[in-house]
Design a protein around this ligand. Structure first.
Ligand code: CMC
Length: 359
């Protein structure tokens, strides 16, 4: 079918971000995302995406304080998390908990406040569930810490080093927003029905969970662990491609060159980890994978995507693999919020057609 997977179909006009797949450029509200990731805090970048302009000092302080105030986990969410069985995946926990954040008459609370509640509380939900599974006491948020530092603090129970916070912050900023990706499209479809904000966000979490979208970085770690040493890389990768399997961390619907987020994250990896064996293996695997994909899939233009080096950064800040996709959800919640607001502003229900091929 022509246009399968809605490839190249324009589904909305947006002023939130521009993804240029040919040139490998990503722009947030007119500014290169890679520059923002290197120069700004999570709070500044989130404000920019939500408001369309960089905050001045006063606006930034007010926004930061507002996020801090909204960090408290509602009691019913806390109880809900405690009730879930241990084997329920973190992304499913997030999906259910986020849907249950709609308790406050969602159509009466300003959309912007709902967005801040979502962004503020996602790290708390992830950290409390993580600590619960480890049979450890929940760590209360520390009002003296930034959004990113506080996330690491609530997970690990100790204050992070500045260099770790910066690395994670750069990752979070680079993955905050990315045009009409599957989860953002999902959130806009749900918002277009005039359903509530948290249903749109919960639906987006469901879409992000899949390995073809946000669920890949765990797969990258598994791949690197299975390869183990540089010498094994070529044979291992070749066997996977010949068997028709997809290499996690490669290929993209829009980028027909290296994903600019992967390039920025690669630099960040070098700054935190220096040269170590693990990174050395990752570089080698990347080089071989791109070569082999060119050999076996000529003309498909399969290059490294954001997930490949995201895995390396998240591993460096000691996040276990089961928290990779939830951490992606934490950052992408900003993009979803900006898109839901945009959809609501000039709404028409999203309702495409299908071609009947049945009996
Ligand atoms: N490894 C091997 N072959 C691949 C890969 C890969 N990673 N990606 C695409 N191909 C092949 C695919 O088999 C197909 O070959 P053929 O023409 O012989 O049938 C061709 O390339 C085109 O693939 P497609 O499925 O039509 O491409 P798509 O645009 O629908 O898929 C993708 C994009 C990201 C889902 C896909 O590249 C993929 O599955 N990658 C691996 C998973 C991954 O890394 N996901 C994270 C994406 S980045 C995060 C985000 O922005 O959401």
């Amino acid at each position: 079918m022509k246009g399968k997977g809605l490839e190249n179909v324009v589904a909305a006009e947006t002023a939130v971000s521009m993804v240029d797949g040919e040139k490998g450029r990503l722009v947030y509200r007119g500014l290169p995302a890679a520059d923002i990731a290197l120069e700004s805090s999570f709070e500044e970048a989130a404000y920019l995406l939500l408001e369309g302009e960089k905050p001045d000092e006063q606006q930034l302080q007010a926004f930061t304080e507002s996020l801090k105030k909204k960090r408290k986990l509602p009691e019913h969410i806390h109880k809900m998390i405690e009730q879930f069985p241990d084997d329920l995946e973190m992304m499913s926990v997030l999906e259910a908990a986020v849907a249950a954040l709609a308790e406050k008459a969602p159509l009466e609370e300003p959309l912007r406040d709902q967005a801040e509640r979502l962004i503020a509380v996602l790290p708390v939900i992830i950290a409390s569930r993580h600590r619960q599974l480890q049979r450890k006491e929940m760590v209360q948020a520390d009002a003296g810490l930034s959004h990113t530092a506080n996330y690491l603090y609530m997970l690990h129970g100790q204050k992070p080093e500045e260099v770790e916070t910066r690395a994670l912050e750069a990752y979070l900023i680079l993955t905050m927003e990315h045009g009409m990706n599957a989860s953002t499209f999902t959130s806009r479809v749900i918002a277009s029905t005039e359903s509530d904000f948290f249903s749109a966000a919960a639906g987006a979490i469901g879409a992000l969970k899949g390995p073809l979208h946000g669920g890949a970085p765990g797969g990258v770690i598994n791949m690197l662990e299975a390869i183990g040493q540089k010498e094994n890389a070529e044979a291992w990768l070749r066997a996977k491609i010949v068997a028709g399997e997809r290499l996690m961390g490669f290929g993209h619907r829009v980028y027909k060159t290296t994903d600019p987020r992967a390039e920025a994250l690669k630099k960040i990896c070098e700054s935190i980890a220096g040269k170590n064996d693990w990174l050395d293996t990752a570089y080698h695997v990347e080089e071989k994978a791109v070569q082999l994909l060119q050999e076996y899939k000529p003309g498909r233009e399969l290059y490294t995507n954001v997930e490949f080096y995201a895995a390396a950064v998240l591993k460096a800040v000691e996040l276990p693999a089961n928290l990779f996709t939830p951490t992606f959800a934490l950052s992408r919640s900003v993009g979803w919020s900006a898109h839901i607001a945009e959809q609501r502003k000039d709404n028409r229900i999203i309702r495409p057609q299908s071609v009947y091929i049945g009996k």
